[in-house]
Structures are given as C-alpha cells and as structure tokens.
Design a protein. Sequence first.
Lengths: 545, 545
Amino acid sequence: MPNHAYIPKYQLTIDKILLRAVQQFPDKEIVYKDVLRYTYRDFYRRVVRLASALDAIGIGKGDKIATLEWNTHRHMETYFAVPMMGSILHTVNLAMAPTDIIYVLGHAEDNAVLLGEEILPYAEALAPQLETVKYIIVSTDKEDLELPDIPGKEVYEYEALIRDYGSDTYEFPELDEDTTATLMYTSGTTGLPKGVYFSHRQILLHTLSLIIQFTYEGFTLAPHDVILHIVPMFHVHAWGGPFASTLMGQKQVLPGRLDFGLILKLIEKEKVTQMAGVPTILYMLLNHPESKNYDLSGIKMIVGGAALPKGLYYEAKKRGMKIIQGYGMTETCPGLTSANLKPGMESLSEEEKDEIFLSAGFPFPLVEIRVVDSQFNDVPKDGQSIGEVVAKAPWVAVEYYKDPDKSRETYVQGWFRTGDVAVWFPNGYLKIVDRYKDVIKSGGEWISSIKLEDYISTHRGVAEVAVIGMPDEKWGERPLAIIVPKKEYEDKLSEKDILSHLEQYVEKGVMPKWWLPDKIIFTNELPKTPIGKVSKRELREKYIR
Amino acid sequence: MPNHAYIPKYQLTIDKILLRAVQQFPDKEIVYKDVLRYTYRDFYRRVVRLASALDAIGIGKGDKIATLEWNTHRHMETYFAVPMMGSILHTVNLAMAPTDIIYVLGHAEDNAVLLGEEILPYAEALAPQLETVKYIIVSTDKEDLELPDIPGKEVYEYEALIRDYGSDTYEFPELDEDTTATLMYTSGTTGLPKGVYFSHRQILLHTLSLIIQFTYEGFTLAPHDVILHIVPMFHVHAWGGPFASTLMGQKQVLPGRLDFGLILKLIEKEKVTQMAGVPTILYMLLNHPESKNYDLSGIKMIVGGAALPKGLYYEAKKRGMKIIQGYGMTETCPGLTSANLKPGMESLSEEEKDEIFLSAGFPFPLVEIRVVDSQFNDVPKDGQSIGEVVAKAPWVAVEYYKDPDKSRETYVQGWFRTGDVAVWFPNGYLKIVDRYKDVIKSGGEWISSIKLEDYISTHRGVAEVAVIGMPDEKWGERPLAIIVPKKEYEDKLSEKDILSHLEQYVEKGVMPKWWLPDKIIFTNELPKTPIGKVSKRELREKYIR
C-alpha cells in the first residue's frame, strides 16, 4: 500500500500505563505500610517531580539508576519515573552477596544509586569501589536522617530531592518504544550474575498479555481487586504487578521490607484480595505465629519461582486461599505460563482442578512454548516424555548484556532456551520436572533427577536423596543416587532395598526400567546451597570428578 | 545499551491469534447457522487450505481480495487466511449502492472477489466494469451451484477451491508487523466512500486492548462466553469480535445473513451470552414476532454505531439483557471507548449505572481522547461544555487511502479528528452530543443541534424537529429550527410558543440563553436519508443556500 502516515507512529511506551491510570482512576489508592496512603493523582505528581529532579541534578537519557530498595512507594515511583525520562532502571537483588552487588553495579556502569537507609552504612564502605556512580539517593521513612559525606559522590535524601529540585511542569520526552527501560541481573547458581534488559515495548506488551491471561477462570484478576505487592520489587519487575495493577486501576498496597506480622495486618486492614510470590512467602504467611488470627479466605495468590509443594498448596487451600502456579524467569520479563483453567474446564472435579493449578500452566497470549529433545524436535504431548522448555515471546530478553558466549548458548534457532525441563500434557499444560543441567542424559533419552528422587524418597528408610548423572561410556550418563538414611535405618539400608522398592514403580508402569540407578551411595549429609537447596554442583565435585 | 539481539524481533501479526487458538483451545467450536459446526482445529486446517489454494491460483503478497459476504464461517476463514498470507482483506459493505461498490473495488484495485452466491447475478452483470479483478470466488451453502462463465475472470466455488487447490502443509510467510492486513471504505453521507487500511500490528493491539477493556465490571467478557457474531463482518472487523473471541478461545456462532427468526433460535440452542450491534439490531431482536418466546436474560450486548435511545435500553433491560454503549468508527479499527464501570462504581445506584451504560464510556487501554474547541484547547470536563472528540491510539488509521486532501483535514497536530462532538464528565465518561458538521458554531462557542432538538421536542405540539446553523454576520452561525407540528397543532403552533417553552430550560439553567433559535420555520415534512435519518444536508440546501 502507498503508505503515507499523517500521524506519528504510536509508541508502546510505559508512560501510556501511567497516563491511563491518572486520567481514568485518579482517586484510586496506593498504600505504603501503615505509614502513608495517597491517590494515583498524587503518585503521578510525585513521578513527575522525581523525574524532573533527577533531570535537574544531571541524570539524563540512557543513564542507569540502580535501586537497592524494598517495596516502598518510592521504589514504585522509580519504576515509572526512570524509564519515562529515558533513563534505565537497574533493580538490584538485595539477596545477592555484597561482592556480587559491587560486580553488577560496575558491570552495568550505573550512574546513580537509590538505596534504602538500612543499606547506607554498606554504601559508605563500598563507595570507593563504585567508580561510575556519581549520585546516591537515600530512601527513608525518617524525617531527620543525617546524610553522610561520601567522597566523590553527591548524596541526596529522596524527599528533599523531589521537594528542592522537582517541578510539577516537567514534560517527559517522547521515546521510541525500543528504548531500554530496565536492566537486571540473574543470580545463577554458578558463575557471575548475568544481565538482561527490557525495552518499553517489551514491558507494555507483557503487561497487556498478563492481564488477559488472568481473565481465565479458576483465577481471574479484576480492576476492583486489591493487590499486595509482596514479590520483591528487585525481582524482575515484581513479576509485572506494579505495571499491570496501575493499568487496570487496582488499589495497591506496598509492604516495604517483608515483615509478615505487618503483612497480615495490611491484608486485613486494606482488604487485600490478590498477591504473588515464591512458595517460601506462602509458607511464611501460613506459618507466622499470628497467621491463624487472620482470615485469608478468598485471597488469590500466584506462586512461582520454584516448584510449589503439594502439601503447602493444600494447607493454603484449607485456609480458603486460591492458589495457582505461574512460570517464568528473569530473562522472560518474567511471565510465560500460568495454570488458569481453559474455557470448558469449569466442570472438572476439585481434584482435577488441583492438578491443573499445581502445573506450570499454559502460555500467556503471544507466548509460544515448545518442549524439545536434544535434537530440538518436539517431544510428544503425553505427560511422560521429557524435554527442555524453549520459548518465544515479545518480551524475551534479546541477549545477555555484554556476554556473547552465554547469549550464543542460550538463543538457538530463534528460540530462548529456559534451561528448564518439562513434560507436556495432551491438554496443553506444562509441568516442570527438572533443570536442564540436572537432568540425566542417558542414551539420548532424559531422566528427571527430581522424579527419580521422588520415587526413592517414598522408601520409609530414606531421609534425603539426590540423584545426579555420572559419566558412562556406553550411555553418556547414568543415574547415581546419594541417600541419607533415617536415623533408625542407618547401616540397615542396602542398594538392593532401594532397587527392589523402585521395581514396584517399574511394574506399575509409572517409571521406565532404564531409570533404575546404576549406583547408590549412602552418606550422613547432603551439601546445601545458602538458601537450603541440595547443591548438586558440590555432589558432582565430590562423587564424580 | 549495546543492543545485539540474538533472536529475531517478535512481530505483532495476526497469525499469533490463530496459533494460540488452535494450540490452546483446539476443541472449541465455531457454529455456522444450523448448517455446520466445527472445531478451532478444523478452522485452522481450512484457513491453511484456503491460503494455500489462493497462493496456488496466483494470489500473492500485497494482492487485495474483496469480500462481498455475510457472516459465514467462510468469511471468517478469510479474516485470517488472507492477511496471514500477506494479502489484504478488503471487506465491502453490502449496504452500499451498486455504483459505490463498483467505485470501491476499482479504487482499491482489488485482484480477487469473494462473494456470496446471492450476489453472483449482480457480479455477472458488473464484471466488465471490474477491470483489476481476475478471480471470483463464490461462497455458497449449496452443493450443486452451477458456476457461470464470466469473460476474463476465473470463477471458483469456495469449497471446490480449497479441496482441489489447497494443501495441509502450506507454510505462512513471516510478515513484518506493519504489513497491511485489511482495507475498508467508510460510507460517508456526502461524497465518495473513503478508504482506510490497518496493519497486523494495529489489529493485534486493538484485540488485546478490547479484551482488557471488558475486564471492567458492569460488563465483563470471559473466555467461557459464547459470542454471536451479529455485527456484519463487512463493518470494520465486525468490531473486532472475530479476532478477540479467537484469541480468548470463546465458542463462536455465525448467523450468516441477518435473519432474526434464526438468530433467536441460535441464541437459545447455542446458549449465546454475548453480542454487539447497532441499536437497530437490538430493536429487531426485541420486536421480532417470535421474540417474546425466547429468554434473552443474561445476554450481554455492546451497542454502538449510533446513539442508543433510552427507551430501547430500558426495553432490553426489562428482558434481562445487559446493554452498554461502545464508541468508535471505521477509521479507528473501531474501538475507542466503552461504558463499563470503573473500579469503585459497583456500589452506584441502578439509575446512576444506567446513566453510565448509556454514555459513550471511557477510553480503552492505549487510547487517548481529548474533547477540544475550535482552537484545539481542551474543553472543561463539566458535562456541559461541547467540543470535538480527537483521538490517539495504536490502531487509528494513518491516512485516507489515496486521498491526501481528506487526510490533511482529518489529522491535526498528531490527533485524529473524529468529527463527533461531545461533552466530557468529571468522572471521565464521554457523551456524544452531535456531529461536528451539524453543530452550530455561534460566536466561537458551539451549540449542539441534537440537544436543542431534544428541548424543542418536549413541547407537546411538536411531532418532529431539526435544528441547523444559518449564516450570521456577527456570530458566524445562529440556530434555525425547522418544526413539523402534530396534526392537532397544525396552524396553531407559533414561534412564540416554542420560544417561551424553551425559556423554561433557560430559567432552570440547563440551556444557555444564547442557544434560543433566531428563526423557526414550520413545515409538513422533513427530508430523510435512505436509512430514515433526517437529512440535514437537504435542509441546508432548501432553507439556507
């Protein structure tokens, strides 16, 4: 077509989210702990003032601002102000080791750091190592915090900054939708953190798709829901919550640092109906000493980031909560799939629905998922065959920042390799069964270490078990099981006991015979990572290399 | 950021809608009248065969295919197959005059025409005038339709075409998201029809936004809803229904040509829950002789295209239907606003909700609306001040096809002028009060001809009234009222009666004093357009020029 446009191309930028919010829902509330509540109108005004203040002190387009901060209203203001002024928001994971934090600030070449006051002492100590950082902005609830002198850095208190340098009439620049909006680092279990970045377009499309995915039954989110932002805002866009809620016009509650006593109070007081988080968060919520005094019924929670244990799911269900799993990762913005019901599934039995909700779900709109074998062929959708999950979506990060080797390894034939291993059911739902690096590649076929561990753990003498692959000349790899027996079974458990226990599953047809471990080792203890998971890396070092 | 992408840019193309549908909801149904029902899986297969058949007979990328067809499953197959193969779907309005149809086929330079068999006789007669058209494809429910020989044209029957030329293994080309997908003509009241076209990106973004807008209370659409496609598919993408329903995975019902007896039967049999249409369609549905025998309660309907009369709204409400207004036009793909409730409005009284539902609503996500005066300044959001509606959205057509004059007049300062005149309420809802060309521009201020007609029509002696602007040296324009008195008031009604009647409204403060007509003419009859509206163009010709 002869294409002469009489209007400029519409840009899919983040400001469109906030403009809708302030124009259509100006009186909706954002609540910060028991400290503050204000309207979307106020929020917008502060975002404008923050951007103009940052502009006034010298931060410009393409500059990077790192945040080391919990879920405060100030952090949420940076979510909009920084990308909207054309700068890049680098959310730093506070759970990283200090050396990693220094590494990522240097690797990103951040120009400014916004940090919570509790981090200020560390910042003072580390400042000399943060060469590119010129500005330090301190976020605090205190009115009389004394700011330190830090050689070579300009130090501002957030409220004073927007009061003294901000303007109500600042105009945001018009940005191209492909402008980078955010940057963050994944904390892999091995090696240095890897950076990924997202454009305005990616974040906006992720927001639209996420909202549509949660129009599906079993777990619908609506504009009148009240969201508690409990996913740390330094985890990949707080899983998209702040953007999606703002676009919809939901009431939003920010709990600051995670304090489950306060969180329970906020849930009751603000009538929270919706949240998201890792299984540990759900566990903490249910098992807090005060938990039983609060009514959690009707609260909807999306659980992701790690496999949701069945027991925890049922515990939450008993409290009246509605739980489903979602799946994604830092590199994917993060949403890929969630376990809503498809139309027509409303009539399933309660047990069948539980199975659905405990799966990883089906893809968001615009997400394409495949489960592929090592030759990149699709595995059958039979709920049995194992393959790696690969994805396409408008919001998949396009590379690892300044890391071509890792990028080349991860992006294959136009697809993003998630590193997760799954089965795919005939109904289109996905179930994650392992990490790619932990799966045992035997004769071109894959054995899920996690599934095999599950079967072994049902023996009454087994306290803990880990399965790893050991090199095998003929098969490539074969399973090695490392078992910690229960106290009363110490010295009584034999390789033969375990194998004959497993034979049952083979006979029942749930486990292929070739999954039987070639070797079983008994020990007193399994090495753990700092967050309490079994460290398969250390096991491999100890028993294989 | 150093931006090296290791994956190709994700394209926002229409195939993403259909791929999701067939992968995630393969067993959902599409029903065509009482003639046929098939699954999304079948639908997808037929879309592939149609595209490959078109490709095989010689239709390629950029070629234009006109459809002259009602709401059949075949028409819906072209909605996907034609744009997905890189060709352009030109839906032709069957309500246009034959001369206009010939005009638009020529102006568009269509390469092929798909038409319903009932149009075939006309096509035979008109064929010599359709110079660019090489292929004629006939859509019919009959199995033994005899095809005519038409000199210079290849004539195919649709089912034979996809059977004999189609392939199941055809692969759609990878398209850029800015590829033109559709073309259509607005049938303005004056002058020749004007063409507008839409890209894949525009249609996909419109689809996402439309679905999100209907997550708002008062009128939510869900994946388990059953949609009846009653908006003619030759009206701007059937208002987006086929694309949105397919993405969500809804059951879809196609009624063919509008036959309200059959439509009522389909509503009952297929358990329809959702539809859209102009007020006339709603009127026909409620007033069909069989209507009272059917239960319409719970059915949701979006009404647009013309102002919804209050009486009709309440009539539908009495039948248990849920009705809201939507607003948009051909040039806007079409969705701009709809009258859903904003979060927090659930607690309004029934009467207050009725007022909301009868307004034009608030903007869809990503749509920006302003109401501006002749200097392009925003009018106050006071529910009184009148201005023209101007819009920005990713899916606003970027020009009138091959019509730079009309384009330059319509696109101003980056905004699309809708030609509609509205008031804007403090709560952000819009109410359309006139067409720009009918509004009376008096002393730089605007008088809504429709509002003034409403006030005059409340006089018990008035049967019909039209208000037009007459030239005035001092004020630019002043109102002239043309009144048809009721039989019993003939020769009894005076200008003074009308003016003193209107003085009441002035005293009450609902109508400004300067709105009082300068002149009133009494007559027997008002000239009408073919669709029964008062023709203000003819009135202006008769009383002013």
